[in-house]
Design a protein around this ligand. Sequence first.
Ligand SMILES: NC(=O)c1ccc[n+]([C@@H]2O[C@H](COP(=O)([O-])OP(=O)(O)OC[C@H]3O[C@@H](n4cnc5c(N)ncnc54)[C@H](OP(=O)(O)O)[C@@H]3O)[C@@H](O)[C@H]2O)c1
Length: 340
Amino acid sequence: MIKVAINGYGTVGKRVADAVAAQPDMEIVGVSKTRPSFEAFVAKERGFPLYIADLSKKGAFDKLGLSVAGSVEEMLKKADVIVDATPGGIGKENLPLYKKLGKKAIFQGGEDHELAGFSFNSDCNYRDAIGRQFVRVVSCNTTGLCRMINLMDKAFGVSKVRATMVRRASDPGEVKKGPVDAVVLDPVTVPSHHGPDVQTVLPHIDITTMAMIVPTTFMHMHAVQMEVKKPATKEAILNLIEAHPRIGLVRPGTGIKSTAELKEYAMDLGRPRSDLWESCVFADSIGVIGGKDVYFFQAIHQEADIVVENVDAIRAMMGTVKDAAESVRMTNAALKFTAI
Ligand SMILES: NC(=O)c1ccc[n+]([C@@H]2O[C@H](COP(=O)([O-])OP(=O)(O)OC[C@H]3O[C@@H](n4cnc5c(N)ncnc54)[C@H](OP(=O)(O)O)[C@@H]3O)[C@@H](O)[C@H]2O)c1
């Protein structure tokens, strides 16, 4: 069993912890918090040992009946792999400790590519992650872009991508973040960081991105235009997506044309936390003009798509499963997950 510590049990960390705990070849040795907020009670409910960064705060946890197993450093020592899911920028502060302890660690998209020196996506570069000490799982938006671009590139060759990201303002639990009533260009300048981030995984892809933030918490929406080298048809693209384990099709028959309905659908399907681990491409939005210009919309559940990638990254770094497709199959099967 691969022993996994989750350093930072928040939006991403709690999801990765559940996904890891569901795998037949992995176990959680601990999760960490800095303060006794509601996620600490979730950890207790799940039976995950709870560790804290500052042991002088143990009393605050004790008072609430939350038993503290020890310090974060003690937790890290028990792990084969650490999933660092602390807020963006904290991973950089944690790296020296991981190095000192000689541990493998996975960072999230809030950290720079340079921190780990390797950015990961299961479809694109699983093999290159085998045996690595440090890996960064790219952000939710970059993960969504990489999946579709890589799929199209393998089938038709992609000569150019132009994409606009309409991003959710905050996660549902983040009560203090906005905007409440504005469309914020983030950034005003072009390109946004998403294109260069895709190139950390797929360096040969010509991609330019723009991004804005809108007052919603559910999901991101991408409007993607792509130029392909070999002629493509809508039917061929639909078939490719049908066969992909982590790209789902929002089918016209469902009547879904918004992120709100999509999340409601995931809730009705009984997905944990109504998570959509797959990218959700709107089937009706796929358009091919002149055989070479491809257009589509895809919705990306920011809190979820990177969760399954973290699980695969653990296997790749440990070298226990050499084949990406096999790891993806194992991860999805353990979560009882088939793309919509
Ligand atoms: N949220 C998303 O949709 C999303 C999607 C893709 C990637 N990411 C990336 O994933 C990473 C985590 O984001 P998140 O949204 O999950 O953040 P989050 O919800 O704020 O959770 C962060 C967790 O880290 C803990 N923490 C804070 N400071 C810490 C420290 N110094 N040492 C150890 N733990 C600490 C927090 O504990 P306390 O609450 O106890 O302080 C909290 O449990 C970021 O790099 C982010 O960019 C996020």
